[in-house]
Ligand binder design. Structure first.
Ligand code: ACO
Length: 332
């Protein structure tokens, strides 16, 4: 028996950022860096830092509660919880199961997605499939990270870039022709070595040596990731717009992954899209990996930058290396 494919959209969003702010000036006292270097090379001025007792699931739960309120959805109505994170509370249980328990979302199934900074777009695309095929009615997708807990605070190449936060979205069926019009996911696993957290898994189990060697921190070849990002961001945008049967002129707003101002501006230039059509908040938060896009989306909505009927592109890249993009016709 064939199934009817339903249109799926975001009916509510929410975000949560830890209160503590770490400015570039604070970082000047920690590593050999300067506010001037960080701002001119990345666009970042400050980032949020979670405290020692706070885990990724805590941020995720707070963002989810806001998205649920915004969407008018109760915990009992949620059929699936997908948490995109590169910084889970622990290897297992999944952060999604911990969030399920926090929310008392008893009937939901729950799992994590690991696609680093692209994770929220991966989660959105997976969640959409459950609803469009009729296997779920209401899906909660969260991007949540506590990246500052895996930063090496002695490595100026990486520790200035990242911040903590969480963003969430509720997905449901929407009017035919609205919601997610197209999505594309990709990976170039052979480039994975450019961005890794080497230890703590089966390849390099945790040991005194791995801790001493700083193998539980982010290791990044910034130049290679930069090259990947400036190529893939415009390409993934163009491809998904084409897949949706639209042109760039039909796109009202782009919410890109917030890693580096220069990467976003380079993508905008290649796409010949004015800065007023691209959202950026990385100056206040840095790169929050999977949380960057949903937090940016929630802020853009709050600021009235996205209206009903607008065509919005979400586009990101991250460790893996992965990339993803989607076009959403805004339905609220
Ligand atoms: N403060 C001062 N100097 C610094 C700092 C710092 N924080 N960091 C690096 N430098 C120095 C370097 O040591 C180097 O010095 P040298 O020339 O004496 O060796 C110099 O600055 C230039 O370094 P570059 O790497 O060439 O700087 P660049 O302009 O490329 O910017 C950056 C580096 C910001 C990391 C850039 O390459 C970038 O943004 N890459 C992409 C990173 C990214 O997006 N990561 C995504 C992670 S996604 C995820 O999934 C977690």
């Amino acid at each position: 028996m064939s199934r009817t494919v339903k249109s799926v959209g975001i009916i509510g969003t929410g975000r949560y950022l830890p209160e503590r702010v770490l400015t570039n000036y604070d970082l000047e006292r920690i590593v050999d860096t300067s506010d001037e270097w960080i701002r001119t090379r990345t666009g970042i001025s400050e980032r949020r830092i979670s405290d020692a007792d706070t885990a990724t699931s805590d941020l995720a739960t707070a963002a989810a509660l806001k998205a649920m309120k915004n969407a008018g959805v109760t915990a009992g109505e949620i059929d699936a919880i997908i948490v995109a994170t590169a910084t889970p509370d622990m290897a297992f249980p999944s952060t999604a199961c911990i969030v399920q328990s926090n929310l008392d979302a008893e009937k939901a199934f729950a799992f994590d997605v690991q696609a680093a900074c692209t994770g929220f777009i991966y989660g959105l695309s997976i969640g959409e499939k459950f609803i469009s095929t009729g296997d779920a009615k209401t899906v909660l997708v969260i991007g949540s990270e506590t990246l500052t807990k895996i930063c090496n605070w002695e490595d100026r190449n990486t520790c200035v870039l990242f911040g903590d936060g969480a963003g969430a979205a509720i997905l449901r069926e929407v009017e035919c022709g609205e919601g997610i019009l197209a999505s594309l996911l990709g990976a170039e696993g052979w480039k994975g070595k450019f961005l890794t957290l080497p230890a703590g898994g089966s390849r390099m189990p945790a040991s005194i040596e791995t801790v001493k060697g700083g193998k539980h921190f982010i290791h990044m070849d910034g130049g290679e990731v930069y090259k990947f990002a400036v190529g893939v961001m415009p390409a993934a945008t163009l491809k998904v717009v084409e897949k949706a049967g639209l042109t760039l002129e039909d796109i009202d707003f782009i919410v890109p992954h917030q890693a580096n101002k220069r990467i976003v501006e380079s993508a905008a230039k290649r796409l010949k899209i004015g800065n007023e059509r691209i959202f950026m908040n990385l100056t206040r938060y840095g790169n929050m990996s999977s949380a960057s896009i949903p937090v940016a989306l929630d802020e853009a909505l709050e600021q009235g930058l996205i209206k009903k009927g607008d065509n919005v592109v979400l586009v990101g890249f991250g460790a893996g290396l992965t990339w993803g993009s989607c076009v959403i016709n805004w339905s609220r």
